[in-house]
Design a protein around this ligand. Sequence first.
Ligand code: CTP
Length: 411
Amino acid sequence: MSSPKRILLIIGGGIAAYKCLELIRRLKERGHSVRAVMTKAAHQFVTPLSVGALTNERVLTDLFDLDEEREIGHIRLARDSDLIVVAPATADLLARMAGGHADDLATAVLLATDKPVLVAPAMNPAMWLHPATRRNVAQLKADGIGFAGPAIGEMAERGEAGPGRLVEVPQLIEAIESALEPETANSGLLAGRHVIVTSGPTHEPIDPIRYLANRSSGKQGFEFAAAARELGARVTLITGPVSLPEPDGVRIIHIKTAAEMLDAVRAELPADIAVFAAAVADWRVVAPQTEKIKKAEGRNAPTLTLTENPDILKTIAQPGPDRPRFVIGFAAETQDVLAHAKKKLKSKRADWIIANDVSPSSGVMGGENNTVHVVTADGVESWPEMSKAKVARKIMERAAEQLQAKRTAAE
Ligand code: CTP
């Protein structure tokens, strides 16, 4: 938990605005003070009365409210806080921020501030993916604005799914607290190191149209790449087909099959750390058809003959001059998690295995959080549930320390 801070929360007009009430309550519980500004549109979704009751402060709404201007003034408001959080940040609000508008209190404060700004977007996936929003987001990132989310999932509109959901409150708090206290102490921990991360599922073709795959979202792997980058590493992310925003400053190699993933990893060696977070398909079709397999009356359903894919982790972790200096594998299990993980540590010759329960009830596959056990030659450490971003950060920091210890031991 970080030391108490003053947070200015700008509430935009979106269906997710109600989550701000929970956000304010949790931030206050953690000792922070919160002052809120609401856009005009936000009034359609939450009332200033309920926001004010939770913040214990008058809610500010309009640039031209002379009373408010006399009391604090938007310039002071912009500077009197440690962090400005915009949640939910609608497509329109992002566009106005990117354009430098200042025609209401929210945008005037955002233009006048010299404090860090964190935005949590929430909108329909089509709006988030629209080239105009992509441009605005790129501009805001270039301007130094921090982003939390959006999360991927079902939208308020029935049947719509994709990136655009406001991140859940615990993740938003985590992002707020790390924006307040950037972990600068560790920011150079992996400077000069090369980190390779495999991520996502692989797709094994049956014919040009069909393939074998699995439910991996790739989120945990992408978080590893982002965490390694934040710690100063040069990062190569080798990913199967996923629909995730690409982390900044990371070299991304897109592959489809396990064989392509193995080739890509080999081509990117040497590496200081390799993280094998991909959910590689264990089998592939022996003879994928070059033309679409057609059904025909009287003909039996086709039989797929499968053969085992190369085990990428096992291949790369074999002792030899090319072996990355630190190898981290995963054991995604639905039962006997630790027993399987310990076996994999030995059989795959990894330095660590990160084990987790991926039963449907765990919500890990596709979810934001993960509960992991770090299995090493020295034993097992079980961590509490935390966001995938935090898991990645903590593991990369630990791996960096291990690398340092190896180097010191070698000297
Ligand atoms: N892995 C890999 N290449 C494969 C299979 C797995 O690199 N062909 C890696 C994964 O990225 C992960 C670890 O090995 O780091 C464990 O993968 P998992 O699929 O859980 O284990 P399997 O070896 O496939 O064992 P089992 O099928 O018994 O669960």
